[in-house]
Structures are given as C-alpha cells and as structure tokens.
Design a protein around this ligand. Structure first.
Ligand SMILES: O=C(O)CCC(=O)C(=O)O
Ligand SMILES: [Fe+2]
Length: 412
C-alpha cells in the first residue's frame, strides 16, 4: 500500500472515530427498534462538511425516506423514515458503507455507495472526500427545529429593534437593481466585492471626507429609497425611541460568492444614524447577531431603558432574497452582526445551500459635527465611550476591509 493511500485511510479512520465518540452519548437503547430515525455518524454539517446533495440522492432511493436532519456544528445527522421497518432496512444498507461524495450528478447512486469491506484502497484514494458511514438506530433526534429565527415577529421579539420585511421588492425589481449596479465598477476584496455610493466616510479618522463629492445615490435605486422612507415613517411612529433618521446618504453594495461572509461588527455608533438598513438579493443567508448585554426578550431593551446582564447571546436570523432588514434600537447599537464564511447554512435542521448574494446597505451618515454623538449604554461597542476616541477592537477588522477597498484614498 502506498504511503499516500495509507495516510488517506488513516485520516478516514480518524474522522470515523471522532464521529462515533461524539454520538456515544446518544446510547441507542431497546426502544430504538421502534424508532423511525437512523443516526449517520460522519455525515454532518461540520467540522467536515459533507456533500449533502449527494447523500440525499442515495437516501431518496431508500424506501420510506422522509428527511435528513442536520444541525449546526455537528458531525452526524439523522435520516428519518416513514416506519420503523423502513428505518431498519435503511440501517442495514447504510451501516459500514463507504460513501464517495461527488458533485457529478450523472453518477448513479449505486456507484457511489459501497459496502465498506468491498471498497479497495484504490477506489477510496480516488475519492478524497469519501468517508465510511456508521449508522445507528436512534431513539430520539436531539436537534431542535427552532434554532434559526425565520419569522419577522419572532425576530423582533428576540432582538429588539430588528425589523425584517419579507418580499420587500419583487423579482422584476430585483433584476432591475442588479442591472443598475452593473453600470459601476466593483472593487475586489479578498473574498467579496463592494461598491460605495454617496457620502465618503473615512474609517481611520472617523470623519466624513468632505473633499470628495458625495454625489446622489444612484438613480436605479431611487424607487427603493422611496419605499424604505414610506415604511420607516410607519416604524418611527410605532417605535420613536429606536430611530434617529434624517434620510439615507450612503450606500454600500456587497457581492458575496458562496463561502464568503463579513466579520461580526457594529456599524460606527457616532457617525451613522439608526437604522442601518440592508436589502438582500439572489441568495438566502443566515446573519448572526450577538450581544454581551442580553436581557430577557420579554422585557425589551431600548437605548433608554436597559436591563443589562453580562450574558453572551448569539442568535441566527435567516434573511431570504428580496427581504429588507432594518437594524434600529438595541439591534443597531447593542448587538453585533456578521455573516459566517460558509457555503451552506443550517435552517431548522435542513441544510440550505448558499448561492451568490448581493446586498445593499443604506446608511444615514451624520454630516454636522453636533450630530456626531452617541449616548447609548453599550459601552464596549460604542466609539464615543472609548478613551481617546479609539474604536472598539471588534470594529477594526471590518474597518480595514472597507479601507482596503478604497472608500477613502485606499488602494483598490
Ligand atoms: O450584507 C449585509 O446584509 C450586511 C452588510 C453589513 O453589515 C455592512 O455593510 O455593514
Ligand atoms: Fe454592518
């Protein structure tokens, strides 16, 4: 056996061992025989994401297959069948099978699922992403179907000030926006591309660069600006304390290929109004919101009546294409937001592949010096509260990103 193949087999074995260890606590018991679920060790979302579309093709060929349940950060998943008998049949089929992930859909399922002992080292070596599945009859599925916030009312209840509106624009309008932005050059960052329109904000000095002509926001997005203003008028009447809005004068476009994201950050408190507003196009994506200052969601925190507890909280919010996300109040000032760099998200036990996503982030830059202030309670996230005007560490990463791409005098 060549060294390369031996190394590969050792690595497959290691992954298997880790997977088995991680599910031992599930401890299959007697009544697992009456269960419809089969646990698949080594077929998970993380840490070694598997080509789930390939395995779904195999599972779909098994009698009574209903769904594959995956969870964020788990190296195993659960195939659910219509009856205990179907689950038992699938279990005998799947246990100890060698599965070679492939993105070639022309390959028949029977070609890619082999009984482990029949697979030669040579076959395995041609499939470096392949792995041996260990199946277990599982008594219960330990994943919750509510790990991602998808409903706007649930989102607002959990993260005060975060207003999501689904289908804010139509498919035709989405196409129109995408065509409009192609009239301008994109600036390439290491993983994504950006454009900036309107006022130019220097993230180094925390000031507006008045030497640069801000120009108007582009004509192709004016219909959207008008619609956002109409919606904001209503929101401001309902939640007057969460908004400090004079109009949008800056637009950042982000173009994210699948696998890319944006580091967790809070948009500079003193220089931008509330809300920060983001419109999603083309692909769904999961945005992570996290705060150190979490309070019971049933007693909403506002900027004026905080009930701060030093508890870390991270929540996952699903943003569908053509939706809008207004970050105001606590969600704007007291929570960081970011997008993990990965190719798929897990939404309530289902893997959702990402495609190219384009977002439009509208901000109101504070132009007059007397407007440049912040009296929020989230000290650690607020540039106004940090001695010497330094910026919170967490902001630096995203600031560098923007600068690198020439917002102000940077090098594209
Ligand atoms: O892509 C998004 O929706 C968010 C972008 C963002 O957070 C930003 O540009 O500050
Ligand atoms: Fe942001």
């Amino acid at each position: 056996m060549s060294k390369k193949i031996a190394k590969l087999l050792a690595s497959i074995q290691r992954k298997e061992d880790v997977a088995i260890e991680s599910i031992l606590y599930l401890d299959p018991s007697d009544d697992a025989d009456h269960s419809c679920a089969v646990c698949l060790a080594n077929v998970g979302n993380e840490p070694n994401p598997f080509d789930v579309s390939s395995i779904l093709a195999v599972l779909a060929g098994l009698r009574g297959f209903q769904t594959l349940k995956v969870a964020r950060g788990k190296s195993y998943s659960f195939a659910v069948f219509a009856s205990p008998l179907d689950a038992q049949t699938a279990f005998t089929h799947l246990d100890n099978a060698f599965f070679a992930a492939t993105s070639d859909t022309s390959v028949d399922a029977s070609d890619i699922l082999f009984p482990h002992h029949l697979v030669s080292a040579a076959v395995k070596s041609q499939h470096p992403t392949g792995r041996i599945i260990h199946a277990f009859k599982a008594k219960r599925i330990p994943f919750s179907d509510s790990d991602t916030l998808t409903k706007p009312s649930d989102i607002l209840a959990a993260i005060p000030g975060l207003h999501i509106v689904h289908d804010f624009i139509s498919e035709e309008e989405e196409v129109r926006l995408l065509e409009g932005m192609e009239q301008h050059p994109w600036i390439s960052l290491s993983e994504r591309q950006v454009q900036h329109h309107g006022f130019v904000f220097d993230y180094d000095s925390n000031h507006i660069d008045f030497s640069k002509d801000p120009g108007q926001l582009p004509a192709w997005c004016q219909f959207l600006v008008q619609r956002m203003h109409d919606t904001l008028r209503q929101l401001m009447l309902q939640y007057p304390h969460d908004f400090d809005f004079r109009g949008f004068n800056q637009l950042t476009l982000n173009r994210y290929p699948p696998g890319s994201g944006i580091s967790p950050h809070v948009d500079t408190h003193t220089r931008f109004d509330s809300p920060i507003t983001s419109v999603s196009l083309l692909s769904p994506v999961q945005m992570e919101f996290r705060t150190l200052y979490y309070s019971d969601p049933t007693s909403p925190v506002t900027t004026t009546t905080p009930q701060l507890q030093p508890t870390h909280k991270t929540l996952h919010v699903q943003l569908p294409p053509r939706s809008i996300c207004f970050m105001a109040g606590a969600s704007r000032f007291g929570w960081e937001h970011g997008i993990r760099a990965r190719k798929a998200d897990v939404v309530n036990c289902t893997r959702v592949e990402r495609a190219l996503r384009v977002s439009l982030t509208f901000r109101g830059v504070r132009i007059r010096e007397e407007e440049v202030k912040c009296d929020c309670v989230w000290d650690g996230l607020c540039d106004a509260k940090i001695a010497g005007g330094a910026k919170p560490d967490r902001l630096k990463e995203v600031d560098v990103g923007v600068n690198r791409h020439g917002v102000v005098g940077g090098k594209p």
